[in-house]
Design a protein around this ligand. Structure first.
Ligand SMILES: *[C@@H]1O[C@H](CO)[C@@H](O)[C@H](O)[C@H]1NC(C)=O
Ligand SMILES: *[C@@H]1O[C@H](CO)[C@@H](O)[C@H](O)[C@H]1NC(C)=O
Ligand SMILES: *[C@@H]1O[C@H](CO)[C@@H](O)[C@H](O)[C@H]1NC(C)=O
Ligand SMILES: *[C@@H]1O[C@H](CO)[C@@H](O)[C@H](O)[C@H]1NC(C)=O
Ligand SMILES: *[C@@H]1O[C@H](CO)[C@@H](O)[C@H](O)[C@H]1NC(C)=O
Ligand SMILES: *[C@@H]1O[C@H](CO)[C@@H](O)[C@H](O)[C@H]1NC(C)=O
Ligand SMILES: *[C@@H]1O[C@H](CO)[C@@H](O)[C@H](O)[C@H]1NC(C)=O
Ligand SMILES: *[C@@H]1O[C@H](CO)[C@@H](O)[C@H](O)[C@H]1NC(C)=O
Ligand SMILES: *[C@@H]1O[C@H](CO)[C@@H](O)[C@H](O)[C@H]1NC(C)=O
Ligand SMILES: *[C@@H]1O[C@H](CO)[C@@H](O)[C@H](O)[C@H]1NC(C)=O
Ligand SMILES: *[C@@H]1O[C@H](CO)[C@@H](O)[C@H](O)[C@H]1NC(C)=O
Ligand SMILES: *[C@@H]1O[C@H](CO)[C@@H](O)[C@H](O)[C@H]1NC(C)=O
Length: 752
């Protein structure tokens, strides 16, 4: 018998060893098991809390041994229903069905108003349906007629691997002559209850002898450090120092994640506390709550929710025993695919990871800081979008308009504003209006593409770093042995030649050859442009790898267009929407653009992958790894362009790739359109994207360089001054306003 067990053990570890190099390493949890994933109300981050959709989706897409969490409320007839709050108003349409049934009650001494579960019998709630209770979340499933579920419903219908009942209120129900103690006793006879948690000491003490810890574990839930625990009259903060007492009635604790990794007032992570280690010393399991991908978490994680989770389960010093999340797919990935990866090397070759302005999600784009971070993140191809200075020096910056990446609007050069319709409709301060030394005096500014959702990037470094000339960039890349190549962006070449007397193609080729990137060297050298003439021009003069950017969204590409591109380029950059078009932020389907282009032997790189959830379709469950995985595994793209290269290179190292039909659900690509069909009301169809044709690709040849007739210092060639922007040009005004706001805010921060 023992031998059989040993053999089995050996076999299992062999299988585990095959799946990853080091799966057998012990977790630093209390008992050495992998931490648990607890789905709060199911997949409550995306679907109405405690609904059929939410529970079903959580189970479909999470780790095998998922624990389903139900917040139990009692109805007037003593039924236990799963709903996130005592009051039903936010999570159901009760206010519509029962217009005048709201009441006012004291809850732990605090007056509260609303529709309370204790005022309705279970049958009265038959017509009440579940809705999204959190205003900031999508509410497109509110009209799906999702019923309220009882604890028995959840257990019987979904048969979850584990069931966790949270009893947030016992004292309140007692005041209404309803007994939670009786309910959990009854429930645990009817269904398998694995965990019972509560923030009320008396309740847990009253049931602690009733349950065998092997069958049902009792967990004490900590609320805010300064909140008062109703039965002891002590703050949760002070109870944290009495873990021996807690151990007398519980086998574990559930704490807000900030108890373990506190953040400061500016949302930066502080050193971890000893809470997890202290609790483990006491023999208590530790569960951490409040994980959600759509609520800002510490900037230190660069909006990567897997990175945040890993800091709780794989930090080298301790692991919590479980995480309570509204997005259970993310901790499932973190635990099964991404933990203990160190030493696993770079794993998979796909996809090629190309930066966008360096690690511009973390630092101002194209600065030394952004490039250094991208290199340490393991980027393959470091990018430099080239702009030209007035004195003819090529340097790296995303936009020809300095207002987009620097503080020029607040500098002494703010009066250099011009309107140049060939470049953009709004006015700007253009790179060729300033010399390199003037540009060096500007502060680079971080980009905040999701500012309208109040999602900012690394504000501590908002204005930091220094810009690099193309030559400095090439020297830096030459030094970085882990970087396999560079991507040099060339835009506006015709305008610069004709109107500013600047040849950007000459400048780029010259810098490359002077830096030793003469034709193809050991570093892969890629030249990117959305103008075919630029690539044709460079093709004649070098044998660099040429990359054509299709800057508009397309739904298809003619074979003749792909063949035309092949004449002057080796690869193509397209937008995400050209592969999976979206409507109302849901994917509606998939195009054939990638196979069409690949059939002409063109590699396909896709932009832009960012970690902020607003940049992703909802189908990816607000997890950047699901998005990358779907583009790589389903669309078979060759490379990704990202402003968060750490996430893309981490994706490539995960151990759940290449498992064939053993691939866990969270590492399977999502099915485009599968969620869209459920949303109500259905949004109107959007105008289809155009088809890429030969004529889209063909451009007039580059003009020859014309020296501008003027030689003035302030004014620039044919550019016209634009003292006041004409009506309708909100963008610049907004820009200046926001920059001013930023200065105000940073001044405030200094004062505080
Ligand atoms: C696996 O983990 C052990 C213990 O931490 C370590 O000694 C060993 O080098 C690791 N092996 C690999 C392949 O990473
Ligand atoms: C979960 O999977 C089951 C079985 O495949 C399916 O019937 C159900 O519709 C899925 N749930 C959701 C919300 O997609
Ligand atoms: C409902 O939501 C609002 C706004 O988010 C919140 O202030 C209120 O406390 C919530 N009420 C309940 C019963 O959850
Ligand atoms: C639910 O709605 C139906 C149809 O409007 C009605 O006949 C029924 O009485 C309602 N049930 C409850 C419990 O209110
Ligand atoms: C609870 O029961 C007691 C004794 O039967 C009664 O006096 C009290 O009114 C009841 N309270 C409620 C809220 O029903
Ligand atoms: C809790 O404290 C309040 C005031 O500090 C006191 O009135 C009350 O009796 C105390 N309750 C218990 C259970 O100790
Ligand atoms: C989080 O980032 C800030 C700013 O970069 C840094 O000062 C702090 O030490 C970081 N926190 C941790 C725990 O590393
Ligand atoms: C782990 O503990 C060591 C020594 O106690 C400490 O130096 C290190 O910073 C800790 N690491 C983390 C991630 O907390
Ligand atoms: C490249 O590396 C050399 C030697 O380590 C160093 O002296 C030089 O400053 C580096 N250059 C750049 C641009 O980082
Ligand atoms: C670089 O490539 C061009 C075009 O293929 C060729 O004419 C030139 O001789 C090459 N230069 C070097 C140094 O190999
Ligand atoms: C530059 O232009 C000014 C008048 O605009 C003229 O006086 C001057 O000679 C010019 N300088 C050169 C070098 O052409
Ligand atoms: C812009 O302002 C500076 C002083 O801040 C002044 O020296 C310069 O002449 C001005 N240039 C233009 C074109 O108005």
């Amino acid at each position: 018998m023992l031998k059989v067990c040993l053999l089995l053990l050996l076999l299992t570890s062999l299988v585990a060893a095959q799946r990853s190099t080091n799966r057998t390493r012990l977790w630093q949890t209390l008992h050495g098991n992998a931490p648990l994933v607890i789905a709060r109300g199911g997949f409550s981050g995306q679907f109405p809390d405690s609904s059929d959709f939410s529970y079903s989706m959580a189970l479909n897409i999470s780790i095998d041994n998922l624990i389903i969490w139900c917040d139990v409320q009692l109805t007037s007839d003593g039924a236990g229903i799963c709903l996130p709050d005592l009051r039903l108003d936010n999570s159901t349409n009760v206010g519509v069905v029962f217009k005048n049934k709201q009441k006012k009650y004291l809850v732990n001494g605090v007056p509260m108003e609303g529709w309370f579960s204790v005022d309705f019998s279970l049958s009265e709630l038959a017509n009440v349906t579940l809705i999204q209770g959190v205003l900031s979340r999508i509410n497109r499933f509110d009209e799906s007629q999702l019923q309220i579920l009882t604890v028995e419903d959840v257990s019987q219908k979904y048969q979850p691997p584990g069931l966790w009942l949270n009893i947030q209120h016992d004292a309140f129900f007692s005041q209404h002559n309803l007994s939670m103690r009786k309910f959990v006793d009854y429930a645990s006879r009817k269904v398998k209850v694995d965990y019972i948690s509560s923030p009320e000491v008396n309740f847990l003490r009253s049931i602690s002898t009733q349950f065998k810890p092997r069958k049902t574990k009792i967990v004490f839930r900590f609320l805010g450090q300064d909140d008062i625990e109703p039965s002891t009259n002590q703050t949760y903060g002070s109870l944290l120092k009495k873990l021996t007492f807690v151990k007398s009635f519980a086998s574990g604790i559930l704490v807000p994640k900030s108890y373990i990794w506190p953040v400061d007032g500016n949302l930066y992570l502080q050193p971890h506390t000893s809470v997890a280690l202290d609790a483990h010393k006491e023999g208590l399991e530790v569960f951490a709550s409040d994980f959600a991908n759509d609520v800002p978490f510490a900037y230190n994680f660069s909006y990567d929710p897997v990175a945040e989770c890993l800091s709780f389960i794989d930090n080298g010093n301790f692991s919590v025993d479980g995480v309570l999340s509204d997005f259970p797919v993310t901790p499932s990935l973190a635990i099964d695919c991404f933990s203990h990866l160190d030493g696993d090397g770079s794993g998979h070759a796909k996809p090629l990871v190309i930066s966008r302005e360096g690690a511009s999600g973390d630092y101002p784009g194209c600065t030394d800081l952004a490039y250094a971070k991208a290199i340490s993140d393991g980027v393959d191809i470091l990018d430099c979008p080239v702009q030209m200075t007035k004195d003819g020096i090529p340097f790296c910056l995303a936009s020809i308009n300095l207002m987009d990446g620097t503080t020029v609007a607040q500098s002494p050069f703010s009066n250099r504003t011009t309107t140049i319709p060939e470049l953009q409709t709004d006015n700007g301060i253009f790179s060729f209006s300033l010399t390199w030394s003037q540009i060096q005096s500007l502060k680079p500014a971080i980009s905040n593409p999701e500012m309208e959702y109040s999602l900012f990037r690394n504000p501590k470094f908002r204005y930091s770093g220094k810009l690099l000339t193309l030559s400095e960039f090439l020297a830096l890349t030459n030094n970085a042995t882990s970087v396999s190549g560079v991507l040099i962006g060339v835009e506006n070449a015709s305008y610069l030649a004709e109107k500013q007397g600047l040849s950007v193609t000459d400048a780029v080729l010259d810098a490359l050859s002077r830096a030793g990137y003469r034709n193809k060297t050991d570093k892969r050298t890629m030249i990117l442009s959305s103008n075919s003439s630029v690539l044709k021009n460079i093709k004649k003069r070098s044998n660099y790898e040429l990359v054509y950017e299709v800057d508009e969204n397309i739904r298809d590409a003619l074979n003749s267009a792909a063949m035309e591109i092949k004449e002057f380029a080796h690869s193509v950059v397209i937008n995400k929407d050209s592969i999976f078009p979206r409507n109302a932020a849901y994917l509606t389907g998939a195009t054939d653009v990638v196979p069409k282009l690949q059939a002409s032997n063109l590699s396909v790189y896709v932009q832009l992958f960012s970690n902020e959830i607003q940049s992703q379709a909802w189908d990816f469950f607000s997890d950047p790894y699901l998005e990358i995985n779907t583009f790589v595994e389903r669309a078979q793209v060759n490379g990704v362009i990202t402003d968060f290269p750490a996430t893309a290179t981490r994706y490539r190292r995960n151990r759940c790739l290449g498992l064939g039909d053993k691939t866990p659900p969270y590492m399977n690509p999502v099915e485009p359109g599968s969620l869209f069909q459920y949303i109500r009301p259905q949004p109107p169809a959007e105008a289809p994207n155009p088809v890429l044709t030969d004529s889209d690709v063909i451009e007039p040849p580059l003009p020859s360089v014309v020296k501008p007739s003027t030689n003035g210092t302030g004014n620039n060639g044919p550019a016209t001054e634009a003292p006041t922007p004409p009506n309708g040009q909100h963008k610049v005004v907004l820009h200046i306003f926001l920059s001013t706001l930023a200065i105000l805010l940073s001044t405030l921060q200094l004062l505080l």
